[in-house]
Design a protein around this ligand. Structure first.
Ligand code: SAM
Ligand code: SF4
Length: 331
């Protein structure tokens, strides 16, 4: 079988698919207060097109898909799409990243589908601070989702974007949650994908600073072995039930065994979060491409995957400074 291998021998097995560019929240690190510019509905991939793209990629060795956005649950009939995808026998895992404000009533049905893990984004444990970060008053709903997911058969990971002076004082409160709860918390370095560009901050909260902050409170932090192609470095406080990870999203020390590609909600293939999109798959499909042509296209595009996020950023032609909103890229 043909597979997707790049010039550095990395095999692509993981697709991150943004099912929409719309969102019900306005997180400060992701978009401006008025929201990111959204495209006309007919520019979004249809679910049929997403299904086809995923099927073709799965025939080339992709066995894991993350559904993201924008907020995936904002898109009408999203659950039906997951049901469709669940029929694809080649997929071992379908995971979702969500802000959790709209999903608590869907958890039972998600448990019956091929969903393995839900990544819930929750950047503060304080309702007021949460409202400041998301610019919406939905903490209670998200917390309800957290409780329900915790008690479900789905694996739960919490995503926490660390913003200087905004939630850094909560890092150890999140770690404290892992004392009793067998959950995984992932602290993410903030990236300039907010629709505006790099923000000026007093301090840079990178991987090392986040870990130092945790070690200043917990002296007994053990590093855990990580799976190949993992996005995070994993740790556990000795004796705690849960674990925590740190994702060096901006310092980019995880590129060497990257197994991921992204497809944005408008069908743009991204070999790397930091590239500006290398090809519009939607137009290729709408112009009548066959499955074989689509396969060859994916093989040719993946072969050009840049060595790492720094090379990808340097290669950008149109928008030299990375500043798109994560809601249009798909996080
Ligand atoms: N709306 C869903 C959510 O928030 O979980 C899915 C899409 S969101 C773009 C995916 C992930 O990207 C979230 O965990 C979010 O916190 C993260 N994210 C968004 N903007 C980011 C940024 N500028 N830097 C780092 N992570 C970011
Ligand atoms: Fe929406 Fe997720 Fe971006 Fe927040 S991070 S604005 S929830 S897409």
């Amino acid at each position: 079988m043909n597979t997707l291998v790049d010039a550095f021998g990395r095999q692509i097995t993981y697709l991150r698919l943004a099912v929409t560019d719309r969102c019900n929240l306005r997180c400060t690190y992701c978009m401006p207060a008025e929201g990111a510019a959204i495209v006309e509905r007919n520019e979004l991939l249809t679910f049929k097109e997403m299904y086809r793209i995923t099927r073709v990629l799965s025939e080339l060795g992709v066995n894991k898909v993350r559904l993201t956005g924008g907020e995936p649950f904002v898109r009408k009939n999203f659950i039906d799409f997951i049901k469709m995808l669940s029929f694809n026998e080649r997929l071992d895992e379908i995971n979702i990243t969500t802000n959790g404000a709209l999903i608590s009533e869907h958890i039972e049905v998600l448990e019956t589908l091929k969903i393995k893990t839900v990544n819930l984004s929750i950047d503060s444990l304080d309702a007021q601070n949460f409202a400041k970060i998301t610019r919406r008053d939905v903490f209670d709903k998200v917390w309800d989702t957290y409780e329900k997911l915790k008690n479900s058969s789905l694996k739960l990971k919490l995503n926490v974007v660390i913003q200087s002076g905004v939630n850094t004082d909560e890092i150890n409160k999140f770690v404290a949650l892992t004392k009793e709860e067998p959950i995984e918390i992932r602290f993410i370095e903030e990236m300039p994908f907010n629709g505006v560009g790099k923000r000026t901050t007093n301090e840079v909260w990178n991987f090392t600073k986040i870990l130092d902050e945790i070690k200043s409170v917990h002296s007994n932090v053990n590093r855990l072995p990580i799976k190949k192609s993992s996005t995070s470095h994993m740790f556990q406080v000795e004796g705690y039930n849960g674990v925590f990870g740190i994702i060096p999203a901006y310092t980019r020390t995880i590129c060497h065994d990257c197994n991921r590609i992204r497809i944005t909600s408008t069908g743009l293939l991204k070999n790397c979060l930091f590239d500006e999109g290398v090809f519009n798959i939607r137009d290729f499909i709408r112009n009548g491409a066959s499955d074989d042509e689509l396969k060859q296209l994916f093989i040719d595009l993946v072969a050009k995957k840049p060595k790492d996020g720094f090379v990808a950023e340097a290669n950008r032609l149109k928008n030299k400074n990375v500043s798109e909103s994560m809601s249009s890229i798909g996080g």
